[in-house]
Design a protein around this ligand. Structure first.
Ligand SMILES: Cc1cc2nc3c(=O)[nH]c(=O)nc-3n(C[C@H](O)[C@H](O)[C@H](O)COP(=O)(O)OP(=O)(O)OC[C@H]3O[C@@H](n4cnc5c(N)ncnc54)[C@H](O)[C@@H]3O)c2cc1C
Length: 368
């Protein structure tokens, strides 16, 4: 059977596009080379009963009622508003940094050390936070994460940081926040209900068997699609070590503790998954699981997590993108296809837009 659309990747981007096309009666096949659904948001249940996110902690949040209604079609969520801490000078301090910390250390007034056009991440950080905060919370964390000096990274990266004047301990203040009641994999399984899906199939090794009638949607790495012929885009990934402590209740004050200080080891953060559970179920669990994450530069595309934030990689991506945009019947998209970090709500919104564009009638030659 020939499918109108073949979608490579069963992550959020692929699953949302597949669902949107199937909802209007299109024939769709989804292929993934991993042995499981859900791509980077895959999760599983540890023998203790504690759910673990295979590729790092995922906190769902959005301010959009419409997007929340869309995901709620596939799962219920339990409310979870992450509270993070950073281990700084032996103390668990709020992350994002609380007004209270700044006042304790620097008094009520501080002025940014840098003004003007920031040329790199360090200068951009110095525009929005005191040097003390940068050095204690941000510099070490950033250098562990990217494996290079912070002043060699793009200024745009600092936009993700938030320095608080108040002491709100929540990571974010989005209207809707939570974790799917039965996990992210179940969310994707429900989204793909009725959509033919093949796992353990690498599209790039079997292209000739999977030719769509209309469009190939590819959500894997764009440089890999082209055999890296213009060069390889750089990513960072994380190695994860999981420890089960059968006799402990909780070992951390919250689900995520950041470890910015280089002298505390190479790991960047520690997760205690039980904090992320619905408390009604967490109470019944014996023991706890802690995972430590240590960044590295992966060679295997299955380990790709964060696109590398510098101009050389952005320029290389643009060259692949220009080529992809010229090819009819091909849509390369998603976090790996667009070489871009998307939060889950952004990935969903983007995938819905792209799916609607696929369904829109083509413009006539006058452009209308
Ligand atoms: C460490 C980390 C933590 C994150 N935490 C959060 C968070 O807390 N909150 C939040 O909102 N977002 C978070 N995100 C972002 C979230 O993971 C992404 O928005 C989401 O995974 C994007 O989905 P995707 O479908 O675009 O990509 P992916 O999930 O990577 O899906 C791509 C799929 O394509 C498959 N594939 C690739 N190549 C091939 C091929 N040749 N043949 C067959 N299959 C192929 C892959 O196996 C994969 O399953 C986090 C991201 C990372 C890296």
């Amino acid at each position: 059977m020939q499918f109108e659309y073949i979608i490579v990747g069963s992550g959020l981007t692929g699953a949302v596009i597949a669902r949107t096309l199937c909802d209007v009666g299109k024939s769709v096949l989804v292929i993934d080379r991993r042995p499981h659904l859900a791509g980077n948001i895959h999760d599983y249940v540890h023998p203790s009963g504690i759910p673990i996110h295979s590729y790092g902690p995922h906190y769902f949040r959005t301010n959009s009622d419409e997007l929340w209604a869309f995901v709620s079609r596939f799962t219920a969520f339990h409310r979870y508003e992450p509270r993070l801490k950073s281990l700084v000078d032996g103390e668990f301090e709020n992350w994002p940094v609380a007004g209270d910390y700044i006042e304790r250390k620097l008094g009520p007034e501080w002025a940014p050390e840098f003004s003007g056009e920031a040329a790199n991440f360090e200068e951009a950080s110095m525009k929005i936070m005191p040097r003390l905060v940068y050095e204690k919370f941000v510099k070490g964390y950033t250098e562990k994460q990217w494996g290079v000096p912070a002043n060699s990274l793009s200024a745009a990266l600092a936009r993700r940081f938030d320095v608080r004047e108040d002491n709100d301990p929540r990571l974010s203040r989005h209207k809707h926040q939570g974790i799917p009641e039965h996990g992210y994999t179940a969310l994707v399984r429900s989204m793909l209900e009725g959509v033919p899906t093949l796992l353990n199939v690498d599209y790039l090794r079997a292209r000739e068997h999977y030719v769509p009638g209309k469009v190939l949607v590819f959500t894997g790495p764009i440089d890999e699609y082209y055999g890296y012929d213009l060069g390889k885009l750089k990513y960072r990934g994380q190695r994860r070590v999981h420890e089960y402590h059968p006799d402990a209740g909780f070992l951390q004050p919250c689900g995520q503790v950041n470890n910015p200080a280089p002298m505390n080891g190479d790991h960047i953060r520690s997760l205690e998954w039980k904090h992320m559970m619905d408390p009604r179920y967490a109470r019944r669990i014996q023991g706890t699981v802690i995972s430590h994450e240590t960044p590295f530069t992966p060679e295997d595309p299955s380990d790709y997590e964060y696109p590398f934030p510098d101009e050389a990689n952005a320029a290389l991506y643009r060259r692949y993108r220009e080529r992809a945009d010229r090819q009819d019947g091909l849509l390369i998209c998603g976090r790996l296809g667009e070489y871009r970090y998307y939060d889950m709500d952004q990935a969903i919104a983007r995938a819905r837009l792209l799916a609607r564009n696929l369904l829109a009638p083509p413009l006539d030659s006058s452009g209308v």
